[in-house]
Design a protein around this ligand. Structure first.
Ligand code: NAP
Ligand code: ZN
Length: 357
């Protein structure tokens, strides 16, 4: 590794050496703690579908070795001399962002996720301190500038809080941007990690929430999570029954799929916001219902740091956490296979003690 003039320490991690191999244990290097840095001993890390996309190079551009993980909660072990918000012993969290330029228009508006100079992702980003790429939370510890470190509400179960750092904020940000509140009619496509958080958060904001799922098997869970209704997206009659109904649809499906049937379920001026699939749509988007109903198809990526703190505080106040299955680090490859079969209810979270032990 090409390290700039900086001391580093070896840290145990779990990552992929290439796109077509399992994740295995490896050693990575973390930078020394600078004046504005916080060192965090990672206790739990959620498993996002983006981790799998990155490990397997689904999007192209993955850099190896790839150490995924951007739903991090842990305990502060050390802080730099200029750090104000944290001290050793505090709980702390890190999401999908560990750096941005902090000077562009987006950063000045607390929209670091849209940094005009490109944000630094928690993994697979360009590390500005070490001349390498960033490594994520499937590791013993992480060192992050305090601006990108979040406070964890003390009342929340820690392991179930980890997924809020990506699944939570990714669904919170569009709910807030499109001003969801009491009386809003929201639909969520796909009941996975993002989908189940979207239901909980939209419900917490007072919306009427409908889930679109491919099969009936998750119907009871969706209702238990707070959904008011479930529509089986493969059933044409059910789809027709919700024509023109929704103000906002959050589509979390990770792979290419037909969004046209969902657009017809939007109300006049409604928006379908894609947060899952990245790439060209197939079949192509039909503009007719959009033009005739002033409907939008939009996209959204994670959320800014202030907005992430706002979401965490909201979850603290309303006692909202993720539904999780705690796994050992060594079981991550099996977990990825189960995630591909939508066999996760509803987020895997890694107990990092299994890596350290
Ligand atoms: P997940 O837990 O695997 O959930 C995805 C859900 O989508 C599944 O549970 C399933 O729900 C549905 N689904 C899966 N494959 C499908 C297919 N081929 N056709 C239709 N529906 C399908 O994944 P996740 O962690 O929630 O992530 C979802 C996507 O969001 C991923 O692509 C991830 O990379 C992306 N993501 C984006 C952002 C962002 O900032 N925009 C942030 C985080 C993640 P049903 O069984 O109910 O149909
Ligand atoms: Zn994620």
């Amino acid at each position: 590794m090409n390290i700039k003039n900086m001391n580093t320490t070896n840290v145990k991690a779990f990552g992929a050496a290439a796109a077509d191999v399992d994740l295995t244990q490896m050693i990575i290097q973390r930078r020394e703690v600078t004046a504005t840095d916080v060192e965090i001993d990672i206790l739990y890390c959620g498993v996002c579908h983006s981790d799998l996309h990155t490990a397997r190079n689904d999007w192209g551009g993955s850099i190896y070795p790839a150490v995924p993980g951007h739903e991090i909660v842990g305990r502060v072990t050390k802080v730099g001399s200029a750090v104000k918000k944290f001290k050793a012993g505090d709980l702390a969290a890190v999401g999908c962002l560990v750096d941005s330029c902090r000077t562009c228009d987006s950063c000045k508006k607390d929209l670091e996720q849209y940094c005009l100079n490109g944000f630094t992702g928690t993994y697979n980003g360009k590390d500005k301190h070490l001349n390498t790429h960033t490594f994520g939370g499937y590791s013993e510890k992480v060192i992050v500038d305090e601006h990108f470190v979040l406070k964890v509400p003390a009342n929340l179960n820690l392991e179930a809080t980890a997924p809020l750092l990506c699944a939570g904020i990714t669904t919170w940000s569009p709910l807030k941007h499109w001003k969801v509140g009491k009386g809003s009619k929201v639909a969520v496509v796909g009941l996975g990690g993002l989908g189940h958080m979207a239901i909980k958060l939209a419900k917490g904001l007072g919306a009427h929430v409908t889930l679109f799922s491919r099969t009936k098997s998750k119907e009871k869970d969706a209702l238990d999570l707070g959904a008011d209704a479930v529509i089986i997206s493969t059933d044409e009659n059910e789809m027709v029954s919700v024509k023109g109904k929704f103000d906002l649809i959050i589509d979390t499906v990770p792979y290419v799929h037909d969004v046209n049937p969902y657009v017809t379920t939007l109300n006049i001026s409604g928006t379908l916001v894609l947060v899952g699939y990245l790439g060209g749509l197939e079949p192509i988007l039909n503009t007719v219902p959009m033009i005739l109903g002033r409907k939008s198809v939009a996209g959204s990526v994670i959320g800014g740091i202030a907005e992430t703190q706002e979401m965490l505080d909201f979850c603290g106040k309303h006692n909202i956490v993720s539904e999780i299955e705690l796994i050992k680090m060594q079981d991550i490859n099996k977990a990825y296979e189960r995630m591909l079969k939508s066999d996760v209810r509803y987020r895997f979270v890694i107990d990092m003690a299994s890596l350290k032990g």
